[in-house]
Structure formats: structure tokens, C-alpha cells
Design a protein around this ligand. Structure first.
Ligand SMILES: NC(=O)c1ccc[n+]([C@@H]2O[C@H](COP(=O)([O-])OP(=O)(O)OC[C@H]3O[C@@H](n4cnc5c(N)ncnc54)[C@H](OP(=O)(O)O)[C@@H]3O)[C@@H](O)[C@H]2O)c1
Length: 214
């Protein structure tokens, strides 16, 4: 099984470290092209390689790990998804530049964290995300934790919990297997409209909750 990763920053690189450590093959991609990822793939080792976005998107399971505001640009113009599995690792937040006026905006409850919630109206983020990957089977996962802990799935005598949710039972099963193979403890939060908002940043009740199953 191959895993493609679109976006190789904090989330993409740490997910790749976790997958590769268990012998899973990953193709990393970003906006600047494979050459810019040479150092990262060297560090991760033989199970990682750099590719174009289209090459990553052609893998059996594709993790999307780009900032919300770049999803459209990253996924634009890719071949048809044809029912393949896409993991939505994003959160509907905007990272604020250090000189952004929103950092001092009293009406932004997240200003202190340097982020701002993106207004999606009454829709949940994976419903919006799914429109960027038409025909894919979307599973929400890998989005609820500080990604710096991902390279250490086994900790404190147990397994770190990862939540997942989705509307396609078989796709969820495949992502559950992936989570388990990577050494985490998977917890099914149900459908996208239920599990997505529960575990999604910035306001999900389970977001950032770092649980370990003993
Ligand atoms: N950081 C966390 O702790 C955390 C936790 C959970 C979920 N998330 C979610 O994960 C997503 C990524 O966050 P991050 O912290 O990993 O961001 P990041 O460190 O800034 O990395 C972003 C990555 O996305 C790539 N990218 C940007 N525009 C692109 C495009 N048009 N095409 C292809 N790749 C593009 C960047 O590539 P270039 O550098 O080449 O532009 C970079 O590799 C966000 O949705 C975030 O909410 C983050």
C-alpha cells in the first residue's frame, strides 16, 4: 500500500515520519516541487520519497496536509479521484502573519494562538473539503493533535489515540488499519458531520485532547 501526502510541513512531515517508521511507503509533495524535499526524505529514510502533487495524489491513500486557505490551489486540476481514499487532515483555520491586525482583534478568540477560525457558515469543514476532491472517499483524521507528537505513537506504556470519522465504511476501515499499523489507537467518531466538528480545531470538544490508551 502506498501513501501520498500533499503538504509536507508540520503535519505532512510528522505523519510521514510515523508511517515510515512502521515500514509504510510515503510519497511527499509540496508547492515547491520534489527537489525542495530532498533533505526531508533523506532524514526520514528509505520508505520516503518526494514526488509531484499528482504523484502523491495517485497513491492508494492520500493525506491532505495543507493550510485551509491553500486547499483549492493544492488540489486543483488533479486526475479524477475515482473512489480513492483521501484523508482530510486540515482544520478550517487561518494562520495569521505576525503583522496581521487580526492578531490583536478583540473579536478573534484565537488571536493569542496566532490563528483565526474560517467562517464556513453552517457547514462542517469536511463537507466543504469534499468538494475539492470530487469522487473521493473522504475520511477525517490526523487533524486533532499537536503534530509534534505524531512521530511517537507509542508512549507512556500505551498507544496515542487518533480520532477518525467518515461516511464510507470501507474507507474508514482502511484508515483505521493505517492508524493501527502506524502504532496509534484509533477511535471511530462516526460520520463526517458528527466526528468532524467534534475533533476539529479550533472549537471541537476533542480537539487537541492528547489521550493515551493504556
Ligand atoms: N501544525 C499542527 O500542529 C497541525 C495539527 C493538526 C492539523 N493541522 C492542519 O494541517 C494542515 C497543514 O498545517 P501545517 O501546520 O502542516 O502547515 P505548514 O507547516 O505551513 O505546511 C504547509 C504545507 O503545505 C504545502 N502547501 C501550501 N500550499 C500548497 C499548494 N498550493 N500545493 C501543495 N502544497 C502546498 C506547503 O508547501 P510549500 O512549503 O512548498 O509551500 C507545506 O509543505 C492545516 O490544515 C492545519 O490546520 C496542523
Amino acid at each position: 500500500m502506498s501513501i501520498g501526502i500533499i503538504g509536507s510541513g508540520a503535519l505532512g512531515s510528522n505523519a510521514a515520519r510515523a508511517f515510515a517508521a512502521k515500514g509504510l511507503d510515503v510519497i511527499l509533495s509540496n508547492s515547491r516541487g520534489p527537489e525542495s524535499l530532498a533533505g526531508l526524505v533523506r532524514e526520514i529514510g528509505p520508505h520516503a520519497k518526494a514526488g509531484t502533487i499528482a504523484e502523491a495524489a495517485g497513491a492508494d491513500i492520500v493525506l491532505v496536509a495543507v493550510p485551509w486557505v491553500h486547499i483549492q490551489a493544492a488540489l486543483h486540476g488533479l486526475p479524477a479521484w475515482n473512489g480513492r481514499i483521501v484523508i482530510d487532515g486540515t482544520n478550517a483555520v487561518e494562520f495569521l502573519a505576525t503583522d496581521s491586525p487580526d492578531r490583536n482583534e478583540a473579536s478573534n478568540p484565537l488571536a493569542a494562538y496566532g490563528i483565526k477560525a474560517i467562517d464556513l457558515g453552517s457547514r462542517h469543514s469536511s463537507a466543504v473539503f469534499s468538494e475539492f476532491v470530487p469522487g473521493a472517499r473522504v475520511v477525517k483524521a490526523f487533524n486533532h493533535l499537536d503534530v509534534n507528537v505524531l512521530p511517537e505513537p507509542e508512549t507512556a506504556g500505551g498507544k496515542r489515540v487518533l480520532f477518525y470519522s467518515g461516511d464510507d465504511v470501507a474507507a474508514k476501515g482502511a484508515v483505521r488499519d493505517l492508524i493501527e499499523t502506524a502504532g496509534f489507537f484509533p477511535i471511530d467518531l462516526g460520520t463526517l458531520d458528527v466526528g468532524g466538528p467534534l475533533a476539529g480545531l479550533p472549537f471541537g470538544t476533542l480537539a487537541t485532547l492528547n489521550l493515551v490508551k493504556i
